[in-house]
Design a binder for this molecule. Sequence first.
Ligand SMILES: NC(=O)c1ccc[n+]([C@@H]2O[C@H](COP(=O)([O-])OP(=O)(O)OC[C@H]3O[C@@H](n4cnc5c(N)ncnc54)[C@H](O)[C@@H]3O)[C@@H](O)[C@H]2O)c1
Length: 391
Amino acid sequence: MDTEYKCKLRSKTIHLESPVEMYYGIDIEKCFADKLSEYTFDRLFLICDSAICDIHGLRLFEEIKGKNIPVCLHVIEPAETNKTMRGLEKLCDELIAERISKESIIVGFGGGITGNMAGLAAALIYRGIRYIEVPTTFMGMTDSSLSNKQAVNGGSGKNQLGTFNAPLFVWCDIRYAETEGIRHIKAAVTEGIKNALIYDTDEIEYFQNLELSDGSTDVFKLYEMFCHITDSKNKILKQDPTEKGYSVILEYGHTFGHAIEYLTDGMIIHGEAVASGMCIAAEICEKLGYISDEDKVLHYRLLFPHFYHNLHHFEIAPLITPGKILQQIKNDNKRSGAGVKYVLLKKIGECMNPEGDYQVALDDNLVLECIRRYYANVKTLREEGYVYFCV
Ligand SMILES: NC(=O)c1ccc[n+]([C@@H]2O[C@H](COP(=O)([O-])OP(=O)(O)OC[C@H]3O[C@@H](n4cnc5c(N)ncnc54)[C@H](O)[C@@H]3O)[C@@H](O)[C@H]2O)c1
């Protein structure tokens, strides 16, 4: 297995309006500088997540510098509370003070937060300079880098301020994800489960049999999961590369998830919040008679092992009462003049599309009732030994 996968550089095209090549493999860091040599630029600005600077950032920085490529290292704090216009403005001001130019390239090196901030900074500085995305989290590799969407949080909600900005290419060395905690790996897997529930039903069996024990982040297992999840998301993007039509189905569970993530300042991380959101959406789909009770239970069975990861979040319970979630949803970045609409399932593998936009308007009381139903189920599961939050 080692020789089959290690140091082998592979690539696949991400089917977006501006198609992006994703290079991936295990231990491919040493090839990165060679890839850079295909481009002409004055300096490279490596925007690095502060938490991984010592374990990965400095090594990549030295590797690039060792090839006589002019490179500056710039460290940023990977916090949802820093993924704001203020955090972005500070980053842009600092890069401009460091004499970044139109001929420079920004490299975002970190998780989804770093990728979004670096990608948006590249879109804004001097009306746009080139950008390369190097995700180091499993979420970044399998989800956020397969999108040209770059955004920061607004004053009242997640990802409210942003734009589309395609990187020159995405570079995924799966080895980076090996140093992530199992909580983050599991949270990323929930987006893969989402792809299976909304479209790629052949993948459901894979996730049903997937075992991720605490502490195990074997790099070959990660590689296999990476291939499953990215292929699945790519199949959906292929049908709507603009990310403005059909691919809104990728937002399944996200309206609730973003509200939970925002209300808790990111203490409940993206994938966990989206997993909760998918279970709430399943409650709604079942209540409206779209899916069976069995299909709703399938959501909990698939998702619970991945997001109920011995979290002790009792202290944040007051932040996420059903009423507060509903209130926060009103600030969702997909809201239209008619208000907030939701991505819902018609059946496992197919989303509702009553008005041609793959979203459904819902009565607030129904939403509230289904959030409460979800909480009741969580309580039961907690009594069975899972620990998450309680209300
Ligand atoms: N643009 C999109 O389409 C899109 C899609 C999904 C998520 N997102 C955004 O991405 C963010 C979530 O991304 P994320 O889960 O990657 O979170 P993140 O960027 O917050 O990273 C999570 C944590 O992992 C640490 N980390 C990063 N790489 C590591 C490594 N190799 N080893 C150990 N620790 C490491 C970080 O320091 C951080 O503490 C959210 O802000 C979400 O809104 C955007």
